[in-house]
Design a protein around this ligand. Structure first.
Ligand code: ZN
Length: 207
């Protein structure tokens, strides 16, 4: 059985990550390391590895060790930026993953997180704007297997860890009563899911 690694540029361009489209289902059967996305009619990668196309048997698979990369697993705690917020859904860019010792490891390529309002806070939220804003840095736990990852910010240590002032862009630092206070203009903002791990900067004015 001859397997060919199909890549225009070779090397790491051929590395697939979970969710990457590999073929249309009429063209290839799903092999190891793949799954069928019936809605779109695609075979997609379900793990990190190289894509291999078996032309004779019309099977595509993703094989190999994940090289130097790792991807979040269900239960992983990740660090993410809030890219957009709608009343019921925030879209995040996952930029790092915490190991068991709590050390942050950078992620080698941007992954997407989806935060639904039902997973945002233990406290009741009328809408997600009560908890998060674009540009916020948050700590979240991964709930699903594949990119885009479903995440939650309910739980100890999860939630908002760094935010900037909507008035002037200055750094917000924890203040009393669930408020954050801007180090530049003194404006206060109420946020409903501030993490106990909110980053308290030593010299925030120097940022
Ligand atoms: Zn301000």
């Amino acid at each position: 059985m001859r397997e060919v690694s199909r890549s225009s540029a070779g090397g790491e361009d051929n590395v697939k990550t979970p969710g990457d489209p590999l073929a249309v289902i009429e063209e290839y059967f799903p092999g190891e390391g793949t799954y069928v996305d019936e809605e779109r009619g695609l075979v997609r990668a379900s793990k990190v590895g190289r894509s291999l196309y078996d032309y004779a048997n019309r099977v595509v698979r993703v094989t190999g060790r994940p090289f130097k990369y790792s991807v979040p697993r269900p239960g992983s705690v990740v660090l993410a930026y809030v890219g957009s917020v709608r009343p019921e859904l925030a879209v995040l860019t996952i930029v790092g993953e915490y190991d068991k010792g709590g050390n942050l490891r950078r992620i080698s390529w941007p992954l997407t997180g989806m935060l639904h309002i039902s997973q945002a806070s233990q406290e009741y939220l009328k809408n997600l704007f009560e908890a998060y804003a674009v540009g916020d840095l948050i700590k979240a736990r991964v709930l699903s297997e594949e990119n885009p990852y479903q995440v939650t910010t309910k739980g100890p240590g999860l939630g908002l860890v760094l935010a900037t002032c909507s008035n002037c862009g200055g750094v917000l630092q924890p203040d009393q009563g669930g408020f954050l206070k801007c180090v530049e203009c003194g404006s206060r903002e109420r946020r409903k899911n501030i993490s106990r791990d909110y980053i308290r900067l030593k010299n925030p004015r120097r940022l």
